[in-house]
Design a protein. Structure first.
Ligand SMILES: Nc1ncnc2c1ncn2[C@@H]1O[C@H](COP(=O)(O)OP(=O)(O)OP(=O)(O)O)[C@@H](O)[C@H]1O
Ligand SMILES: [Mg+2]
Length: 784
């Protein structure tokens, strides 16, 4: 709440005036009060005295009247009071106190009638005063006179006094105010001056200004003291200014130093932040690389203790991080390889340059499986730790081994195929001519048994070359949609006979048909060869099981073969409870002429033929065997898509009539073979035109183009190969019947560019009856 008034708020001038005014006024007031009181008392006393003397006068004047009881006279005496204006009433009382005579002035204040006063007493009323004087006669009080005076005169006089007093007081105050207004300057001016100066100094901060000294009073002392203080302040100020300037300079210097240091610090901080960020990024990057690299990796300290492994390592090894971290990684090394690993580890600690960064070692996983691995080990710079990345070569080695095996088989196959081809030409001549001799010989001819022996030996040799060709997949096959169930049924009896009574044959075929595109004779051959081997492996008897089922081969996995194509396959499993095979034997069983059997008991071609046939049918054959635990052969043949089956059923056999009278152009560069073919064909009634090479074949064809019913062409001929001859001939007669003969297979013919699906082909050595049958078959083909 706002204070209404406080004398402390007043200026010095105001305070001085106020003090002086109050002092003066109080003094005047007190003086007036004393004066008026004195005046009042003296006036009253004089008034009472006057009245007493007046009443005495009246008492003396009415003494006679009272003594004589003359009221009238008394009244008359009293009426003389009219001339005294201050008397408003008078009364005379007898000795009994009874009113004897009275007087009352008209138009005066009403004075109440009161009890008579005692002699010599007076009494003040509000506006009157009355006194009483005894009427003495002869020293005896005979009555009493009471005179009452109006006080208005007294009051008006007092009022005049008061008015005068207040007038004088007002004037005095005014005079004192005016005087003070002037005189206060004596006091206030130096103070105000000092205050103004202080305000100016504080505003301007100029301590050189000095206060004016008006006198030697307290203010003068104050001003003097103030000036002294200013002098000191000025000196201090100057000193301070100097000090401030020095400080400022110092601060400036320090500030610049600080700002320089600050900038440096900032730069360092930025650099550090950048480095830290780079470090975090790098750490993150390398951790990501470490984590996401497909290879199992680990970090180990110089003692070989694993400090970190990645997820790929966990997945690969089967160990969790917790199980591995903190353990020596020597624990995961295959026993035999530990010394090597330790040696490299020690070398890395003593001479990192000399230690190999990459080496192969066998590691163990949680299951105890041995993995062939290729380690890449590097020391992490500025640390004693090494990072090691593991490349598992187990699968690669397995595939490599498979590849090596299949390449070996391929090479052997080529060799065997080449040998068989040349032998076939020779055997074609031997068998052909021996057959002709046999045909033309009399039944009783003593030399007939020799010819028979030649033929039998040649047949055996031909059988061998057929086996070799089968292995090298160079024999002609006649594949068609084939239900494996019916094949098993067909061959079951024969197999039973082969294995004998001591061995039980168990077959397990599904109720539905399992169709593959295959040559029935070839598949039967496979089963026969496998059964023969099983029999030989079970001299004491046992069980031979053959099962057929459908399987789906997935994409290549660690369990599958390198060359395996995914898809649906018919799986023929042939297992026996025989003696089994060692690992070494298993590695070679498909090689031609590999046999563990005594001389004369086995040629070592049985499984080679199986291998060749299955390969030629785009299938796979696997073996699983251990000594004493029997053997399992698994044969995978691609299943025929149901949609293709109808198209493939066209390969129906046709009735054959042997012999004919058509004209046949025989293009064969091998003289013996050509002569044999000519001989055989002519024997069966055909007319033969001979051509010695490709060019000759073309010329001969041109000469007899309209008479030729069939062209028998050797695929490989000098000057012009079979394909070129075929192309030339078919230009003139596109639908002319042709029969190719070669020591090679249809594969080779295709390689040479003849890819007719209905290609007619005969492989060497060609037996005369087979030749004439095939010639007849081709001539009988419809649509030409
Ligand atoms: N079921 C089997 N059990 C044990 N060993 C076998 C079995 N099948 C094949 N072998 C081994 O594989 C070798 C090669 O067999 P393959 O059938 O190729 O030749 P062979 O049987 O010795 O002679 P051939 O079959 O030409 O008469 C055999 O000598 C034998 O050691
Ligand atoms: Mg065999």
């Amino acid at each position: 709440m706002r204070r209404l008034f406080s004398p402390f708020d007043l200026s010095i001038k105001g305070k001085l005036i106020l003090i002086c005014t109050i002092t003066t006024a109080s003094a005047l007031f007190l003086t007036s009060v004393v004066f008026i009181s004195t005046e009042f008392i003296s006036l009253r006393r004089s008034l009472v005295n006057n009245l007493f003397s007046f009443a005495g006068t009246v008492a003396s004047n009415v003494k006679g009247a009272v003594a004589f009881n003359d009221e009238k006279s008394a009244e008359e005496t009293l009426s003389t009071l009219d001339s005294v204006p201050t008397i408003s009433r008078a009364a005379v009382y007898d000795r009994n106190g009874l009113m004897f005579a009275s007087y009352r002035r008209e138009s005066t204040i009403s004075v109440p009638d009161t009890l008579p006063l005692a002699h010599g007493a007076f009494r003040f009323g509000v506006n009157h005063v009355e006194v009483s004087q005894p009427i003495i006669l002869d020293k005896e009080i005979i009555g009493n006179v009471t005179v009452t005076s109006d006080l208005s005169f007294f009051y008006s006089r007092m009022a005049v006094y008061i008015a005068i007093l207040f007038g004088v007081m007002g004037l005095s105050l005014l005079a004192s105010y005016l005087m003070l207004a002037k005189l206060q300057l004596i006091v206030t001016k130096p103070i105000l001056n000092l205050a103004g100066l202080m305000e100016k100094i504080s505003r301007k901060r100029d301590y050189s200004i000095r206060a004016k000294i008006y006198g030697r009073d307290e203010i003068g002392s104050l001003a003097h003291g103030f000036n002294e203080m200013l002098t000191k302040i000025q000196a201090r100020d100057e000193e301070l200014e100097l000090y401030r300037k020095h400080l400022e300079e110092l601060v400036k210097k320090r500030t610049s130093q600080l700002s320089e240091a600050n900038n440096q610090l900032k730069q360092e901080l930025t650099e550090r932040l950048r480095a830290e960020k780079a470090l975090v990024e790098s750490e993150h990057r390398y951790r990501t690389i470490f984590e996401t690299t497909g290879n199992p990796s680990l970090i180990a300290d110089d003692s070989g203790t694993i400090s970190l492994v990645n997820t790929a390592f966990e997945k690969w090894s089967g160990y969790s991080r917790k199980e591995v971290e903190g353990k020596s990684w020597m624990n995961f090394c295959f026993g035999e390889d530990r010394p090597k690993m330790k040696h490299y580890h020690d070398l890395r600690n003593s001479d990192p340059e000399a230690a190999p960064g990459n080496y192969e070692v066998r590691l163990l996983d949680r299951e105890g499986n041995v993995h062939n691995t290729y380690l890449s080990v590097a020391v992490i710079p500025a640390s004693k730790r090494t990072v090691c990345s593991i490349l598992d070569l187990t699968e690669l080695k397995r595939l490599e081994e498979q590849l090596r095996q299949s390449q070996k088989m391929e090479a052997i196959g080529r060799l065997a195929g080449g040998v068989a081809h040349d032998f076939n030409n020779i055997l074609t001549a031997i068998i052909g001519y021996a057959s002709l001799i046999q045909m033309k010989m009399a039944r009783t001819d003593p030399l007939r048994s020799y010819v028979n022996s030649v033929l039998a030996s040649a047949e055996r040799a031909a059988h061998l070359t057929t086996g070799l060709l089968a292995f090298s997949r160079k024999q002609v096959i006649a594949p068609k949609p084939l239900d494996l169930n019916s094949v098993i049924k067909n061959v079951q009896q024969l197999l039973g006979r082969i294995i004998g009574e001591d061995i039980e044959l168990r077959t397990d075929c599904p109720p539905h048909s399992i169709t593959v595109f295959a040559d029935q004779g070839q598949i039967e051959q496979v089963l026969i060869n496998l059964a023969t081997n099983a029999r030989d492996a079970m001299p004491e008897g046992g069980v031979l099981s053959i099962t057929i089922e459908i399987v789906v081969l997935p994409e290549t996995t660690s369990q599958t073969r390198a060359d395996q194509k995914p898809g649906n396959y018919a799986l023929i499993t042939v297992s026996d409870t025989g003696i089994g095979m060692s690992k070494k034997t298993v590695e070679s069983i498909f090689e031609p002429f590999f046999t563990t059997k005594e001389v004369g008991k086995g040629t070592g071609l049985g499984l080679s033929i199986v291998y060749g046939i299955i390969k030629q049918h785009n299938g796979y054959v696997d073996v699983c065997s251990e000594p004493g635990s029997g053997t399992i052969f698994r044969i995978y043949l691609p299943l025929v898509d149901a949609r293709d089956q109808g198209n493939l059923k066209a390969a129906a056999s046709r009735g054959r009539t042997v012999g004919g009278n058509q004209t046949i152009l025989v293009a064969e560069d091998d003289v013996a073979a050509r002569a044999l073919i000519k001989e055989v064909l002519e024997t069966y009634g055909y007319s033969v035109i001979e051509a010695v090479d490709g060019e000759d074949a073309v010329n001969r064809f041109e000469e007899h183009r309209d008479n030729i019913d069939l062209v028998v062409i050797d695929v490989i001929m000098p000057k012009k190969n079979g394909r070129a001859v075929y192309e030339h001939i078919t230009k003139t007669r596109p639908r002319i019947r042709t029969l190719f003969i070669s020591g090679y297979t249809a594969d080779i013919i295709n390689e040479k560019g003849i890819s007719d699906k209905n290609l007619n082909f005969l492989s060497k050595p060609v037996a005369p009856d087979v030749l004439v049958a095939k010639v007849r078959e081709v001539l009988d083909l419809p649509g030409t």
